[in-house]
Design a protein around this ligand. Sequence first.
Ligand code: PLP
Length: 372
Amino acid sequence: MAGLAPIDRAKAQAELIIDLDALVANWRLLAARSAPARCAAVVKADAYGIGTEQAARSLFHAGCKIFFVAHVSEGVRVRAVTGAEAEIYVLNGLLSGVERLQSYLSYGLKPVLGSLHDLQLWSGSGIGASVPAALHVDTGMNRLGFGVDELLSLAGMVQTVRVDLLMSHFVSSELPKDGLNDQQIARFEKLRSAFPALAASMANSSALFLPQQPFFDLVRPGYALYGGNPTPGSKNPMRSVVTLRTPVLQIREIKAGESVGYNVQWTAKRKTKLATIGVGYADGMPRNLMATDQRAGGEAVVNDKLCPFAGRVSMDLTVLDVTDAGDVRPGTMVELLNARWGVDEMAERAGTIGYEILTNLSRRYHRIYKGG
Ligand SMILES: *Cc1c(COP(=O)(O)O)cnc(C)c1O
């Protein structure tokens, strides 16, 4: 996906409209919610698929001065569009190699250290005395980060490097009733009292909506900035950021009993009007959105009506049942993602999460950035 040149409008099958004003409004809403804690923006993975440069630039001008990325390469891209003033943390920790360590110094990137190995490497590099780092403590994920007791035992060694942030990450913050949230907060509090001089950060998007309000000094939302629902099961408090539109390529009518698509998975129960669109799984449309005779698949908005998918999603094509959508003809615009049918709705049908939908948004789409 990444690496393909931008596709111009006349040659693209579909267009992805990215509303940077909505992105900024979402950041402001989360910043107001978490104040007086500072609000960062997580812009890893090409800003969850919407575009690192556009997202980081808009957010920086709106007042966001702290960014989190996963990779050094992403940090370099954020630095290029923000001022020297922006603080950029690299979540995935250090990877060995002198050249890579040098990038932290050259671009002023702050590594998020999460193991004794990281700490030794950083301390030994000589860079650790000048560029500040963050310490990531694992309070339950068992993925990246120091163990709680491990970090307590390393307090002396931590003195050998500059550190300005202590952070941890929630396992189930989108489930407010999960008891692990309280346990993680308690473990984090224990460490915070051992490192009282460090700013502290725990909250991702969903944690901004937890009753415990674990905001500390800095919050780190990603998903909600891009319009994803941080409160699954309740109304989405965020503004929609992405709209995906594509024209109908062809219309056909079939009789009851005829099938649609590969392997006869979907059979018409009535006389049916079908519309074929030029978006498929190669565009990041999950193949799991297939509609079979056993289960409903994806849906798309045509003439303000939700129209179900019919049959399997192909590589470059998908078929919709537009029987109930009124006047549909070649060229009629179909919306696959919009404010009404967003990444959460699509993800639920596909058996995945909206994060995966966003980060798979194809480079084949012509991208249109609004506002910002
Ligand atoms: C991705 C990530 C976030 C942002 O999480 P969202 O659920 O997208 O808000 C915050 N912190 C860490 C460590 C992350 O990896």
